[in-house]
Design a protein around this ligand. Structure first.
Ligand code: SF4
Length: 224
C-alpha cells in the first residue's frame, strides 16, 4: 500500500475504532490558545487545573489576562509546570494580540492562513506544533498538526523516515487527506490517542491497535 493510501486509510480505521475525540476541549478560542501554550511538556489534566484557576480569577479574556502582572499569571498557571516560562510565552502571545490586533483574537484570525501561521510562529517561545494547534483549533483553519506521536507512528509504518522534519511529516498527512478543518482536527486527535495508547516511545503495543492490520509483514519498522 502506498504511503498516501495508508494515511487515508489510517484515518478511517482510527475513527471507526474510537469515534470523534471532541477536540479541542475548550469553551472559547482564547481558551484553546492558552491550552495550546500551556500543554507543552505536561499532561493535559495539569493544563485543566491551570485553566480552572484562570477562569476562577476571571482572567480568561484578553484584557483581563493581559492586565495580570506576570508573577500573578505565573502563580495561577503553576499546575501546568514551567510556569514562569509559560507565563512569559502567554504574555508574548497576548502582546501580539493587544499591540497589533487591537486586543481582538477575531481580528488576528482574519489573516490569510499562511500569514496567520507565520504571525503566531513569530511569537517568542511558540513552536510549530503550538502555532499550528492554535491555527487549526482556535482559528479553525486547515493546517495539519503533527507531533512526536505522529512521527513515531508514521515511521513505524514506513510513511516517513525518522529524520523527517516537521514540514515533511506535515505534508505526508496534509497532502494525502481531504483538506477539511473538521477532518484534520479529528485526525490529529486520533493520532495522539493512538500514540498514547499503543504507539509508545519505548515499544509499540500493536496488539489491539486499530492500525495493526496495516503493518507490512505484520511488524512495525524498527528500531525507532
Ligand atoms: S502500535 Fe503498532 S500498529 Fe499501532 S500505530 Fe504503532 S506500530 Fe502501528
Amino acid at each position: 500500500m502506498r504511503a498516501g493510501e495508508k494515511v487515508r486509510e489510517f484515518y478511517e480505521a482510527l475513527l471507526a475504532a474510537w469515534g470523534p475525540q471532541g477536540w479541542w476541549p475548550a469553551e472559547t478560542p482564547l481558551e484553546v490558545c492558552v491550552g495550546a501554550i500551556l500543554t507543552q511538556n505536561t499532561a493535559w489534566r495539569n493544563v485543566e487545573r491551570a485553566i480552572e484557576n484562570l477562569k476562577a480569577a476571571g482572567a480568561l479574556q484578553v484584557p483581563a489576562l493581559w492586565a495580570l502582572p506576570e508573577q500573578e499569571l505565573a502563580e495561577l498557571i503553576r499546575p501546568a509546570g514551567y510556569f514562569n516560562v509559560k507565563a512569559g510565552r502567554l504574555r508574548n502571545f497576548l502582546r501580539l494580540v493587544v499591540e497589533e490586533y487591537d486586543g481582538s483574537l477575531e481580528q488576528l484570525f482574519e489573516l490569510p492562513t499562511e500569514r496567520l501561521r507565520e504571525a503566531v510562529l513569530a511569537v517568542r517561545g511558540i513552536g510549530r506544533e503550538t502555532a499550528d494547534s492554535i491555527v487549526l483549533y482556535a482559528a479553525q483553519r486547515p493546517v495539519f498538526v503533527v507531533d512526536a506521536y505522529t512521527l513515531r507512528l508514521a515511521f513505524r509504518h514506513g510513511i516517513v523516515d525518522l529524520d523527517a522534519d516537521y514540514e515533511t511529516l506535515q505534508e505526508a498527512f496534509a497532502g494525502s487527506v481531504e483538506k477539511d478543518v473538521a477532518v484534520w482536527q479529528e485526525y490529529h486527535a486520533l493520532l495522539v490517542r493512538a500514540g498514547k495508547l499503543h504507539c509508545k516511545k519505548q515499544a509499540p503495543v500493536c496488539a489491539g491497535c486499530p492500525l495493526q492490520k496495516f503493518l507490512e509483514e505484520g511488524e512495525p519498522r524498527e528500531p525507532f
